[in-house]
Design a protein around this ligand. Structure first.
Ligand code: S3P
Length: 173
């Protein structure tokens, strides 16, 4: 069994819902980069982007990643942009099972709009174009995850079933 599971993927790929469900089924903790950043700064992600800029957000994200990726028996949901930051994958400890939850730009934009405006990178202008460009630029970094699962094919429960099956495969993280 791995010591932790790291979920990566584009915005609205289901990292939080799958992560919470997986953690509860395993009896593990759940940690989410954005929530941790908000708790440490007392500011929302949108506020950090607008008041301090994206570079400051990435700096905070890097600190939080270092801390949360050291936890054991924990499901960790990264922010959608973190895997594409320089040096991010080098921070991932060996005994970590990493899973990329795949989503298409169209579905991501649709889900994000239903969840309300809390993603500064998906606001204003031609959102679908922006999501498509961003996802394309990040795909290679998501691909570095050990496993990839299509988040559009089934709901969070089925995705958790699949992750749990993968977790118990011998010798695989
Ligand atoms: C971001 C994704 C967001 C959040 C921030 C930046 C990105 O997290 O970290 O808005 O660069 O893709 P989610 O993937 O949880 O939406």
């Amino acid at each position: 069994m791995p010591e932790r599971v790291l979920l990566v993927g584009f915005m609205a790929s289901g990292k939080t819902s799958v992560g919470k469900e997986l953690a509860s089924r395993l009896g593990w903790d759940f940690e989410d980069f954005d929530t941790a950043i908000e708790a440490r700064t007392g500011k929302s992600v949108s506020q950090i982007f607008s008041e301090d800029g994206e570079d400051e957000f990435r700096r905070l994200e890097c600190h939080v990643a270092e801390e949360l990726l050291a936890r054991r028996n924990t499901v960790v949901a990264s922010g959608g942009g973190w895997p594409a930051q320089q040096g991010s994958w080098k921070m991932v400890p060996e005994e970590t099972m990493s899973v990329w939850l795949q989503v298409s730009p169209g579905v991501a934009v649709h889900r994000a709009s239903e969840e309300g405006s809390k993603r500064p990178l998906l606001e204003g202008g031609n959102v679908l174009d922006r999501a498509t460009t961003l996802l394309l630029a990040r795909e290679a970094s998501y691909r570095r995850a050990r496993y990839a699962l299509d988040s559009e094919r089934c709901g969070p429960r089925e995705l958790v079933d699949e992750i749990m099956k993968l977790m118990t495969r011998k010798g695989k993280t």
